[in-house]
Design a protein around this ligand. Structure first.
Ligand SMILES: [Ca+2]
Ligand SMILES: [Ca+2]
Length: 218
């Protein structure tokens, strides 16, 4: 989640001097696919609600540019009864965090608002409950990616809705850091510790993600 922290700081730094900028907050749902999905099919999959990642986003509109940070999540349970030897449903969360830049040729608040977007993010999976998580500092699977695509928004004053479709491309493998502790003489006191960095198992990256969302321009 270091990436998320950097993204938040970046937006905060940019927000301070940009007094002409417009801050927007909103909620979006994302669906993932390996082939292009029509608007009609997108709408029906959102209505079924299956496999949609929901979450908040914040955007900073600056004339014809906007900088955004989105976080989308999907919570679900897996049946671990066979593995555990007793009935057990284990909760997991899949997440997708992205930092992106948009170009709005008609302006960020225009009524008809087509836009282009590029960005970078991480998608991954972890235990939903830290209590059961053997490694709370790191996800189970994660994949870094780049994204690029198009969108269309409709804005009525301070309220807006939008659709966007982004292609995702794999980036550098996601790293995790964990502290290894060694007690050489078995007296219960750690004699040596070091941070170990390793690559996480990859989260399967789909070709496309399609968003529907709404925002409030503050
Ligand atoms: Ca974890
Ligand atoms: Ca020792």
């Amino acid at each position: 989640m270091k990436r998320t922290l950097i993204a938040v700081l970046l937006i905060a730094c940019l927000a301070v001097p940009a007094s002409f900028a417009q801050l927007a907050v909103g909620v979006s749902g994302a669906l993932y696919s390996d082939s292009e999905v029509s608007f009609k099919e997108t709408w029906s999959r959102f209505n079924e609600g299956d496999g949609i990642f929901w979450g908040p986003f914040v955007e900073l509109g600056m004339g014809k540019l906007a900088l955004g940070l989105s976080m989308n999540f999907s919570m679900y349970e897996e049946d671990w009864s066979a593995f555990y030897g007793a009935p057990l449903m284990m909760g997991f969360v899949d997440y997708d965090v992205a930092l992106y830049l948009q170009a709005h040729p008609f302006g960020y608040k225009s009524f008809l608002d087509p836009f282009l977007e590029i960005g970078a993010g991480q998608i991954g999976k972890d235990y939903a409950d830290e209590k059961f998580d053997p490694d709370p500092d790191n996800p189970l699977y994660a994949t870094n990616y780049f994204e690029a695509g198009v969108g269309l928004g409709l804005n009525l004053g301070s309220l807006g809705v939008f659709w966007k479709m982004l292609y995702m491309f794999p980036g550098d493998p996601a790293e995790a850091t964990t502290t290894m502790e060694y007690d050489f003489n078995g007296d219960g006191i750690v004699d040596y510790s070091e941070d170990m960095t390793y690559y996480l198992a990859a989260y399967p990256l789909r070709k496309l993600k399609i968003f529907l969302g709404g925002k409030l321009i503050l």
